[in-house]
Design a protein around this ligand. Structure first.
Ligand code: GLC
Length: 437
């Protein structure tokens, strides 16, 4: 399947969910509260700095040359404790690492074949276990990315974008061999690392029946009933994962997560199109305001070094979270669009409304349709108290007046300023059309 089509499928495809949200509500709570995760694409593709797996699939490089990168993957400066410190510093509550990408190279010591960084690279070590240990010491949830696709496995049908090894329907014995293989790896990962979250990828190449998606789900839940599974399991996952695509209107979903690169690539790449801290923070705020999480990616180098630009983004994001995290973590998505021209969130009891101001906004900012009284307004991070005025309230009308909040010079955050509005009760909004109804 050509890359473009795959990307579109991956980006928009959220197979008809088979799981009733009411049955998973409790186990999803930490995820709903977490808001920020860090994605790590570690793999041999970092040796040349080329597209993860897709580079050989799309014939930008011959398969054999791609695989030569095995010889250059050293992890000689891999420091999982430093990684975990950085992730903690960013404010993230979970991290997801590649245990195997579409190229089939396991990042841990799989016993199912010899294609792993432990057996086939100079690194000779399992990346996953020490990383999860460090995350757990810091109370960060552990996620395992696992590609169902395995373009290296001799019994996997797919290979290059214009050539496949065989069709499943023509050779079920062969497909069954592959199924035992990948389900064996899932059992290994489940028992060895006990992921809190599974992040599948590549389900689009086969149907739920072909993957035995329901069985895969039960293998995982038998080992850890609380494990969360992302939506790339042909309907048998728990939450949706729009990729690099920012919803404009609020998704009608209980749980979703925007996964996004820091530059334009998942793995380490010669690509300097870095998003600035401001851009990342504004995208993060937008996702949270729309009821979602952000899974922000980093792509370490083959020796385990995290590029300086990514370190900087995570640190700036972390510092912003230090000042403003009250408006992010453990909150609810904000009020519907139209009341305030910017992102918003609510405290769990809905009696505190947070308004996010982009850029260096000063002066009166307006809020419409707020049908309750504001007790006070402060700026997060510096505690400045702000004044406000209610304009145009007509005594006999149910339509609330407009609220204008004065934001003075100097009260702004370096990136995005958050106003905290304490209300007299759980928020009530007027959503009508003024005098027209
Ligand atoms: C895509 C790509 C893959 C990347 C992933 C991250 O599906 O196939 O290379 O790892 O998305 O979301």
């Amino acid at each position: 399947m050509p890359f473009l089509i795959c990307s579109l499928l991956v980006s928009f495809c959220w197979a008809q969910p088979k799981i009733d949200p009411a049955t998973i509500k409790d186990k999803m709570q930490w995820f709903a509260d977490a808001k920020l995760g860090i994605f790590i694409h570690a793999g041999i593709y970092s040796v040349n700095g080329i597209d993860e797996s897709w580079s050989f699939h799309n014939k930008k490089i011959a398969y054999d040359d791609y695989m030569k990168q095995l010889n250059g993957f050293t992890l000689k400066n891999y420091n999982p404790s430093q990684w975990a410190d950085l992730i903690k510093e960013s404010g993230a509550r979970y991290a997801v690492i590649t245990t195997k990408h579409h190229d089939g190279v396991a990042m841990y010591d799989t016993k199912m074949n010899n294609l792993s960084v432990v057996k086939a690279t100079p690194a000779k070590k399992d990346m996953v276990k020490p990383f999860f240990d460090e995350l757990r010491k810091r109370d960060i949830k552990c996620g395992a990315y696992y590609s169902l696709i395995d373009w290296s496995h001799k019994d996997y049908p797919g290979f290059l974008n214009d050539s496949a090894r065989y069709e499943v329907k023509n050779d079920y014995d062969r497909w069954n061999r592959f199924r035992s293989f990948f389900q064996g790896q899932i059992k290994e990962i489940g028992t060895q690392f006990k992921p809190d979250l599974w992040w599948f990828d590549g389900d689009w190449e086969h149907s739920a029946e072909e993957w035995e998606a329901e069985k895969v789900r039960s293998i995982i839940l038998a080992n850890n009933p609380n494990a969360i599974i992302n939506g790339r399991l042909q309907g048998y996952g728990d939450y949706a994962t729009p990729e690099q695509n920012f919803p404009v209107s609020r998704p009608h979903l209980n749980w979703w997560e925007l996964c996004m690169t820091t530059n334009d690539n998942w793995g380490y790449h010669h690509d300097n199109n870095w998003k600035t801290p401001y851009e990342v923070i504004s995208i993060f705020v937008d996702a949270v305001s729309n009821g979602g999480n952000l899974l922000l990616d980093m792509g370490p180098m083959e020796d385990g070094t995290i590029p300086a630009e990514q370190v900087n983004v995570l640190q700036e994001l972390g510092a912003w979270n230090q000042r403003n995290g009250e408006a992010i973590f453990n909150t609810l998505g904000g009020i519907p669009q139209g009341h305030f021209y910017g992102p918003t969130t609510l405290s769990k009891d809905s009696s505190t409304l947070y308004l996010f101001l982009h850029g260096k906004t000063t002066g009166p900012v307006m809020l419409k349709g707020l049908d309750c009284t504001i007790k006070n307004i402060t700026v997060l991070g510096n505690g400045t108290t702000l004044t406000h005025k209610v304009v145009g309230k007509i005594s006999w009308s149910p339509v609330p007046g407009l609220v204008y909040i004065n934001v003075p010079e100097g009260a702004q955050d370096k990136y995005i300023t958050v106003l905290k509005l304490s209300l007299d009760k759980a928020i009530k909004l007027y959503r009508g059309q003024g005098g027209l109804n």
